[in-house]
Design a binder for this molecule. Structure first.
Ligand SMILES: Cc1cc2nc3c(=O)[nH]c(=O)nc-3n(C[C@H](O)[C@H](O)[C@H](O)COP(=O)(O)O)c2cc1C
Length: 218
């Protein structure tokens, strides 16, 4: 799987059990385990309905490569998208001076969704500043809005990333994974797409993107 990286994904999409035989059902149930990408699949996890997922886009170019990567992953599935660049979200403040900006109302919306797809370009070997502000502000949820913080428990988080290097830099996933661990959220993996200088994907890996999307979203 050249130029495309999907790790730590664990999901099994269950269809309705109607007239098909048990054997067929079993085959269908475990088919995603044989998917042709190198995924660290965990059993007993399900893909989420698209209505229960939300994309949180943090980039300096709202219609750029990261959005193109998101669109490849979603492959036409209707998923709500929040563009952090359109929101008034200030930096974390120890005195909570920014507590009346858009962050807390945004979280109040996001807690209704079970799967958060955090979409970010790689900027200087790390997540974008927009995404980092969002992550920093999660601190509000363990200080002034612990009620909201508790409601994050059990939610799933996947990362969609774009960049120009062949793969993600070492340690790129760590802040996402560790933040999820801290908040009781479930980190389910990352999909990375490499772009060239012409802003075109380096390889045509629509199938892998679709596979990532299908493993997260039913
Ligand atoms: C400020 C800046 C820093 C970047 N740093 C990296 C980097 O460290 N690694 C990388 O692979 N690409 C890097 N890139 C390239 C972008 O990640 C890549 O073009 C990405 O697809 C852009 O997504 P966007 O259109 O959503 O901004 C950088 C681009 C910018 C503008």
């Amino acid at each position: 799987m050249e130029n495309c990286h999907l790790r730590g994904v664990g999901s099994i999409a269950f269809g309705a059990l109607t007239t098909r035989s048990k054997t067929d059902a079993r085959k269908r149930r475990y088919a995603p385990l044989l998917a042709p990408f190198n995924a660290n699949v965990r059993r007993h996890e399900m893909a989420y309905p698209s209505s229960d997922a939300v994309v949180i886009l943090g980039t300096s170019r709202s219609d750029g490569n990261t959005l193109a990567t998101v669109n490849r992953v979603l492959s036409g599935k209707p998923v709500e998208l929040v563009d952090l660049s359109e929101m008034d979200i200030g930096a974390y403040d120890y005195e909570h001076a920014n507590s009346t900006d858009s962050f807390l109302p945004l979280i109040e919306r996001l807690v209704s969704k079970s799967l958060w797809l955090l979409a970010t370009p790689v900027y200087w070997y790390a997540m974008s500043a927009q995404m980092k502000l969002f992550v920093d502000r999660l601190s509000d949820l363990i200080t002034i809005r612990k009620d909201l913080g508790r409601s994050l428990r059990g939610k799933a988080v996947a990362v969609i990333a774009s960049g120009t290097d062949e793969g993600l830099p070492q340690g790129f996933e760590a802040p996402f994974r560790l933040t999820c661990d801290y908040l009781g959220m479930r980190y389910v993996g990352v999909f990375y797409l490499q772009f060239g200088k012409d802003d075109q994907p380096v390889s045509a890996n629509a199938a892998e993107a679709r596979a990532a999307g299908a493993s997260w979203i039913a």
